[in-house]
Write a protein that binds this ligand. Structure first.
Ligand code: HEC
Length: 159
């Protein structure tokens, strides 16, 4: 009899979060992981973005490597970083995440956006290390790939 009651808290947690995440701390770690992942995208895009804008000198090797890193990141399987119940509308998360509920409610739209970025990056790896003009051409679709997803699935930054 006593043993059976042990299952109750687990069941409630599963119902509340729709996943195996069981504590607020786990959820925060998961959100931090995906935000950190996005920052690694951002760092690598910054390297080539600065070159495209003339803020830094074009360097074929750095550009080629940044492009390869971006593609490698896009190819990671990050499903577990995006469990249901972790949008900014979910209880207690409005300050922790900018992920909009549409990420889940309109699924698989978010995956289509991700696919567009991946496709842009597959082209970008072939041109980033060629020369500055090619990098500038290719980076446009990469930028669109990031923005295309943020427009629908990421809330504006709050002041
Ligand atoms: C498939 C959708 C999608 C794609 C593609 C995408 N992002 Fe994001 N990004 C998000 C979502 C959703 C968030 C909000 C995550 C959160 O706060 O939990 C986010 C957050 C971020 C953040 C803020 C991270 C933080 O510290 O809070 C940065 C920076 C970022 N993205 C950069 C990029 C860059 C650069 C690219 C393209 C190379 C990109 N993203 C592609 C969906 C996407």
């Amino acid at each position: 009899m006593k043993k059976r009651n042990l299952f109750l808290p687990v069941m409630i947690a599963t119902m509340a979060f729709g996943s195996s995440l069981s504590s607020a701390a786990d959820i925060e770690k998961t959100i931090e992981a995906r935000q950190s992942f996005m920052r690694v995208y951002s760092f690598n895009l910054g390297l080539v973005g600065d070159m495209a804008k003339g803020k830094s000198q074009y360097d074929a090797e750095i550009a080629a490597n940044a492009a390869k890193n971006l593609l490698a990141l896009a190819k990671m399987d990050n499903g577990p970083m995006w469990p249901q119940g972790t949008s900014k509308e979910d209880p207690g998360l409005s300050e922790k995440t900018r992920a909009l509920p549409e990420t889940w409610t309109t699924y698989p739209k978010v995956s289509e956006r991700h696919k567009e970025l991946t496709e842009a990056l597959e082209k970008f790896v072939n041109v980033a290390g060629k020369d500055l003009a090619s990098l500038r051409m290719g980076i446009k679709d990469v930028g669109k790939g990031c923005k295309g997803c943020h427009e629908s699935f990421r809330a504006e930054e709050e002041e």
